[in-house]
Design a protein around this ligand. Structure first.
Ligand code: SF4
Length: 199
């Protein structure tokens, strides 16, 4: 499977953070100057994907910009036969780290934002991208890795969660693309099954 973009990728609409969180200073990341990104895609989607943190969204001139992570994620979504409009994408950390930072502090401080989103959106299925997300969502597991977790379903706050590689890892190692698409296909199946039960 070639890593080719034969369809243009789209810049998904960004969802604004709730009032009061837009200027969150709960962890030291606020001092690094990146803004709070709440999520993007369909805010009503019952399928929630979780990345570690937002990538760059604007170039130096301030024009909208599609980072490699979002480009590869969209490629996988398309290859798996999923509708990009049925997905909401959010992050473990709502700000993009620019420099080194206190990771445990930031994860702990930002987790309530994700929990609030889950409470508001009531997703049927969660999908974590990369080891960092796996570590945060499955703290009971010692050194969880996507390589071991993929292919089965786990739970976070009583919601089924699946895992796959981070899109940037797939970009760096194109041989992972077929596994990435496989995992997204399994996600589609799970989501369809849960959606049918919910109606
Ligand atoms: S990363 Fe999360 S907890 Fe830290 S300042 Fe930003 S929004 Fe707040």
């Amino acid at each position: 499977m070639a890593m080719e973009m034969d369809h243009p990728c789209i810049i998904l609409p960004e969802e604004q953070a709730p009032e009061g969180i837009q200027h969150c200073e709960r962890c030291g990341l606020f001092k690094q100057g990146s803004r709070v990104i709440w999520g993007e895609g369909n805010p009503q989607a019952s399928l929630m994907m979780i990345l570690d943190n937002p990538g760059a969204r604007e170039d130096r001139e301030g024009s909208p910009f599609l980072c490699g992570t979002r480009e590869t994620l969209q490629l996988g979504i398309r290859e798996a036969g999923m509708d990009i409009n049925s997905v909401y994408v959010t992050y473990l950390l709502k700000r993009r780290p620019i420099r080194a930072y206190n990771k445990p502090e930031a994860r702990l401080a930002c987790l309530p934002h994700l929990q609030l989103q889950m409470l508001q959106k009531q997703p049927l299925v969660l999908f974590g991208l990369g080891n960092v997300v796996a570590e945060a969502l499955l703290p009971q597991k010692e050194n969880p890795s996507v390589k071991e977790l993929r292919g089965s379903w786990h739970e976070f706050e009583s919601i089924p969660v699946g895992f796959t590689y981070h899109p940037l890892a797939v970009r760096r190692r194109p041989n992972l693309l077929k596994f990435f698409v496989e995992d997204l296909k399994a996600l589609k199946e799970k989501w369809e099954e849960r959606s049918t039960k919910a109606t």
